[in-house]
Design a protein around this ligand. Structure first.
Ligand code: NAD
Length: 257
């Protein structure tokens, strides 16, 4: 059991990476607080963990709201006694997000509120709890788009993920002497609801796959295994890392046919 005695809080835990991570972390011994805004699916994840003999609760928490983030950390501590793993994973990608001319101010603000401010608020409330527990691991979900630009832009999303990556590095430095590690997970394109809703035709999907050396989308479960490594003591000297799990996209100049 790689997370025995750990208590993990996962935002965006109802679907995709968050869901797979909640199931995996619980199977590895962690008590899990599953947070999301889609309550039925979130309750389902917690119920699935409990019926497999694990420990989990679901909590409605909108990461763009300070009070909800304060509450989710309080619930982790009251239900399970402490918090040692904080996975700031919730994120959105709005369909009409485009270039500097087509992205509206509303899309920009909504994207930043969830993807960037949500990570800030998670850390604002979660890091004191990790400190109280004697240390822990923070994982922030950024993206490969924090590292590379695309000619088919999603400007607000890309900028928000760049912010997550920069913030992660700084937090990693600030809290390093407190036994708190802070790392960014940078997934490549995944076969999850978030991206499949955005790439809503077969043509768009195929166009994206042209750039992936492995020639397929990643799976949420593959990100969960990377997050498990960052959460666990196996990563005891991994801090401030840009942990890229992208099928080779960021290594490629030209991809094979
Ligand atoms: P997903 O849509 O399957 O899951 C995201 C979850 O976040 C959903 O359950 C959603 O309800 C929740 N959520 C949305 N707004 C929220 C809010 N305000 N408060 C709390 N929860 C909220 O998508 P996913 O692919 O699993 O995405 C997880 C993370 O991975 C996101 O940060 C995303 O940006 C990032 N990411 C995804 C990809 C990809 O290709 N899918 C690539 C790189 C990074």
């Amino acid at each position: 059991m790689r997370l025995a005695k750990h208590v993990a809080l996962i935002t965006g835990g109802a679907s995709g990476i968050g869901r797979e991570s909640a199931l995996l972390f619980a199977a590895e011994g962690a008590a899990v607080v599953v947070c999301d805004v889609t309550d039925e699916a979130g309750e389902g994840v917690a119920a699935e963990i409990r019926s497999a003999g694990g420990r989990a609760v679901y909590l409605h928490a909108d990461v763009s709201l300070d009070a909800d983030c304060a509450n989710m950390v309080r619930v982790a501590q009251s239900e399970f006694g402490k918090l040692t793993v904080l996975f700031n994973n919730a994120g959105i990608m709005i369909g009409d997000d485009g270039d500097a001319q087509t992205t509206t101010e509303d899309i920009w603000d909504r994207t930043m509120a969830v993807n960037l401010k949500g990570v800030f608020l998670g850390c604002r409330h979660g890091i004191p709890a990790l400190r109280e527990a004697g240390g822990g691991s923070v994982i922030n979900t950024a993206s490969f788009v924090a590292l590379m630009g695309a000619a088919t832009p999603q400007l607000a999303y890309t900028a928000s993920k760049g912010g997550v990556l920069a913030m992660t590095r700084e937090l990693a430095v600030v809290h390093a002497r407190e036994n708190i590690r802070v790392n960014a997970l940078c997934p490549g394109p995944l076969r999850t609801k978030l991206l499949m809703d955005f790439l809503d035709t077969e043509e768009k999907r195929e166009r994206r796959l042209v750039h992936v050396p492995m020639g397929r989308f990643g799976e949420a479960s593959e990100m969960a295994r990377a997050a498990l490594f960052l959460a666990s003591d196996d990563a005891s000297y991994v801090n401030g890392a840009t942990f890229t799990v992208d099928g080779g996209i960021s290594a490629a100049y030209v991809t094979p046919e």
